[in-house]
Unconditional design. Structure first.
Length: 199
């Protein structure tokens, strides 16, 4: 499945929880890029300029990276993609790579959050790195605005694309993490068996 939603919608958090429930790996292109940037790999060097500007890394680079990742053994029984696809071109290439593997997407879940809330969340967001709370370079206010603009222009059309394919479910992603997870699992038709009091 694919998790779709703007920067700050909580995709990373929900991706981990939902993938855990489904027993599939959560694959985040943002995390793979960040790991390559900090490891100073060639891929990281290619991606960094785009990421720092709040722009998308070119499709050729991103699609090749995702294809490699999906070919790994742990993705054979399914996977949850977080942050990919982000353009219609990426979605089309994903569809054809999966069909070559005899696979197809089952579901696309869109996390819906209004822009005011996104700006609030992103500008306040800090990550723990080496025991210190730091702001991600691309969470600076000007870059946040750019990322939201890029989302509207290039990624938001995927919602209609996947709706047309009959794969889309949309949920309100404002509220406590557990509440949003419960809505997500309901939309996916997955039993939420870890609720307190449930068998
Ligand atoms: P967020 O969803 O909060 O913007 P991510 O961690 O998903 O953050 O992505 C961070 C950055 O990594 C993006 O702004 C972009 O530069 C790059 N990136 C991640 N996924 C993709 C993708 N599918 N295509 C192009 N660039 C990507």
């Amino acid at each position: 499945m694919v998790l779709l939603g703007p920067p700050g919608a909580g995709k990373g958090t929900q991706a981990q929880i939902i993938a855990g429930k489904l027993g599939v790996p959560a694959i985040s292109t943002g995390d793979i890029f960040r790991a390559n940037v900090s490891g100073q790999t060639e891929l990281g060097q290619q991606a960094k300029t785009y990421m720092d500007a709040g722009d998308l890394v070119p499709d050729e680079i991103t699609v090749a990276m995702v294809k490699d990742r999906l070919a790994e053994p742990d993705a054979k029984g399914g996977f949850l993609l977080d942050g990919f696809p982000r353009t219609i071109a990426q979605a089309e290439q994903l569809r054809s790579s999966l069909s070559e593997l005899g696979q197809a997407l089952d579901r696309v879940l869109e996390l819906v959050v209004d822009e005011e809330e996104l700006v609030r969340r992103l500008s306040g967001r800090r990550m723990l790195v080496d025991g210190q709370m730091v702001q991600r370079d691309d969470d600076k206010p000007e870059t946040v605005r750019r990322r939201l603009h890029v989302y509207q222009e290039q990624t938001a059309p995927l919602s209609g694309f996947y709706e047309g394919e009959g794969l889309l479910a949309r949920i309100d992603a404002i509220g406590e993490v557990e509440e949003v997870t419960a809505r997500a699992l309901r939309a996916l038709g997955v039993a939420d068996d870890e609720r307190p009091g449930a068998d």
